[in-house]
Ligand binder design. Sequence first.
Ligand code: UDP
Length: 329
Amino acid sequence: MAILVLGGAGYIGSHTVYELIGAGRDVVVADNLLTGFQEAVHPKARFYRADIRDRQAMDQLFEREQIEGVIHFAASSQVGESMSDPLKYYDNNLGGTTVLLQSMVAHGVDKIVFSSTAATYGEPERVPILETDKTVPTNCYGETKLAMEKMMAWTSRAHGLRYVALRYFNACGAHPSGLIGEAHDPETHLIPVILQVPNGKRAKISIFGDDYPTKDGTCVRDYIHVSDLAQAHILALDYLLAGGENNVFNLGNGVGFTVKEVIDVARSVTGHPIPAETCPRRAGDPAQLVASSDKARTVLGWQPKYADLETIVSSAWAWHKSHPNGYHA
Ligand code: UDP
C-alpha cells in the first residue's frame, strides 16, 4: 500500500516525501506543477501530473494505485494574493478539496492528513495559541483552510473518513541534504526574502511595520523547520493508521521572534550587513503568532529537532546560496 502526497512537488510536500521515502514508505506524488517543481519530487516517488480539481484524474489515481492514506498539501497559500483574488482560493482550496474528498469517498480511501495554518486563528486573544482557541481568520487564505477543516469534519460524520489537520506556524529552512528547499515565484516569505540580499538579488529588506505592540515594534512569528513539519505528517498519518480519531494539532516551536530578530540572525549566519528599511504594515498581518504545540508533542510524540533559529536560517542559507534561482539554477 502507498501513501498519496498531493502537492508533493511544493515546499512542504517535497520535504515530507523525502522523509517518507527515507522511512522506507511507498510514495505516490500528484501535483499540477503550477507552483511546484518536478525537480523537487524524490526520484523514488511515482509522479503523476494531476490537478485535484480534476475528478477523472483523481479517480484514475485511486484506481491505479493502492492508497492507504492521503497527505494533502495541494492548495494556494499566499496571504496577500488571497486578499486580491479570493475566488482563486475558493476554487483551488475548497473546490479542489471537494473533488478530492468525493473521489476518496467513492474509492473507500478514508484517511487524510492535511495542511492547515495558524492563519485559521486570525488575531489571537493570547499567545501561545491553543487548538481550542477561537478561529476568526483575518484573511481569505485562512478562511478557506478553516472551511477545509470543517469540510473534513462533515465528511467524516457522513462517510466515516478520518482526518488530522496540522496548523503550521511559519515554515522555513531546507532539507539537510541541500537537494531541496524553498522556491516560490514570486517569493514573499520573510527568511527567503531576507536571504535574497546577501545573494545579490535585492538591495535591502523591507520591514512591514514597526509600530506593533511587540518588544521592538515588529511582528512576532513562530518559525518551524520544514523537516520538523514533514516529520509531524508521518506521525499524524501513523496515528490515523493506528485508528486515531479526528484531530487538530498546532505545529510550531513555541518561541516567537520579531522580524528584526530574524534579520539579525540572518546577518550573523551570512556575515552580510543586510540593510533594512521600515515600510507600512502589510494588510492582514496579526501582531503575534506563537504556537502551543504541547498537544502534538503529547498525542503524536512529535519532537522538533531544529528548534534553534540559527540552525534553521543556516539550512535555508545553504540552499539559497547554492540555488540562487531555486530549481532553475
Ligand atoms: N515580513 C516583512 N518583510 C518581508 C516579508 C515579511 O517584514 O519582506 C514580515 C511579515 O509582515 C510578517 C513576518 O515577516 O510579520 C512573516 O511573514 P511571512 O510572509 O514570512 O509569513 P506569514 O506570517 O505571513 O505566514
